[in-house]
Design a protein around this ligand. Structure first.
Ligand code: AHM
Ligand code: MG
Length: 336
């Protein structure tokens, strides 16, 4: 019989003492909320959840109805459980304090409640990304402020995502490799279906939004030119390309069959520091990718080592199969 999420977490605590009860409750609550988000996503037009709101988020992006609904679901489900000192999200300018009438705990939760928003209305895979940190020692016992969240990705105690695709899956790392659970809709359980996800070191598949080519920096242009040159070029193999425009779905493919995903910073003013957000997109995904044997850099530097300066900071992202990422990292270092 397949293990469910709770069994997996309890066994991890028994073996490695790395999932104290508070952390287990937090992960279970996130997973339960992802189930509810999956329900809302599935209903689509029948649940009146498609389309946009009339509101913008802090990044100046028009919010989709499902962005707002899933953000609220995660806040409501997690604020009362007593495990958190605060939460932060792509959809909120400032951290969400735990209401005074609820107990608090030692963890910080960050999330992108619904990643891949441009795909919601066209029925393409989307997901929820989350990152869990500890409240810094010197801040314990008080409500978390923005500064408390600004920890390097190496400090994450757990990270993961749910992907709402043909199957609804939860991919999780608590720092002991990466595991995958599939939602059994008949029993409502997350069942362990992938025990030790590993990314192949080499690949012949790349993911990048090619329409931005004219804006790229030289190292990215060089690498993609080499990929496109195929077997006759310097890389000596033919490459295939995929771009879903949902980071969750692109990373999910890479975790399963390898590849390199790039959303590099480029020459456009709005993408000068990258498009994706460090704290709740790049960091959790980099944690998963490294835990699966891959690599993740912003160009020349390891993403998990970056010291965040703002909650909504952006970064270039190049992640996936180790040898390919390292090659592109070297091109960046050589250009510096
Ligand atoms: P979102 O968090 O507003 O959905 O934006 C992030 C998404 C990523 O999932 C995806 O990789 C990227 O934006 C796609 O961007 P583009 O439409 O420029 O290709
Ligand atoms: Mg996103």
């Amino acid at each position: 019989m397949k293990k469910n999420l709770t069994q997996y977490l309890i066994e991890q605590e028994r073996q490695n003492q790395n999932v104290p009860t508070e952390l287990r409750l937090l992960i279970e609550t996130i997973a339960r909320t992802c189930k509810a988000i999956a329900q809302a996503v599935n209903k689509g037009a029948l649940g009146n959840v498609l389309g946009s709101q009339d509101t913008e988020n802090v990044q100046g992006e028009i919010q989709k109805k499902l962005d707002v609904i899933s953000n609220q679901m995660l806040l409501d489900a997690n604020e009362w459980i007593g495990c958190l000192a605060g939460m932060a999200s792509e959809e909120m300018e400032l951290p969400h304090p735990i209401p005074a009438h609820y107990p608090t705990g030692d963890y910080l939760l960050l999330f992108d409640p619904l990643d891949g928003s441009s795909n919601i209305d066209v029925n393409v895979s989307i997901g929820t990304i989350f990152s869990i940190l500890r409240q810094p020692e010197n801040a314990k016992g008080r409500a978390a402020n923005e500064q408390d969240f600004l920890q390097a990705g190496t400090q994450q105690v757990a990270a993961g995502y749910a992907v709402y695709g043909p199957q609804t899956m939860l991919i999780l790392s608590i720092g002991q490799g990466v595991v995958g659970f599939t939602l059994d809709r008949e029993t409502g359980s997350w069942l362990l279906t992938q025990e030790n996800i590993r990314i192949p070191e080499e690949t012949q598949e790349f993911a990048i939004n090619m329409s931005n080519m004219r804006h790229w920096e030289a190292p990215v242009k060089r690498y993609i030119d080499e990929c496109l040159a195929g077997k006759e070029g310097p890389l000596g193999k033919n490459y295939n390309t995929r771009w879903i425009a949902s980071m969750v779905a692109d990373v999910h493919r890479i975790l399963n069959r390898g590849g390199i995903f790039m959303y590099p910073r480029d020459h456009r003013e709005s993408v000068r520091h990258g498009k994706l957000r460090l704290m709740y997109e790049a960091n959790p995904m980099s944690f998963l990718v490294e835990q699966a044997g891959g690599a993740s850099v912003d160009g020349s530097q390891r993403i998990l080592d970056l010291q965040p300066e703002h909650l909504h900071q952006r970064t270039g992202v190049i992640l996936g199969s180790k040898k390919e990422v390292e090659r592109l990292q070297q091109y960046h270092q050589a250009a510096n």
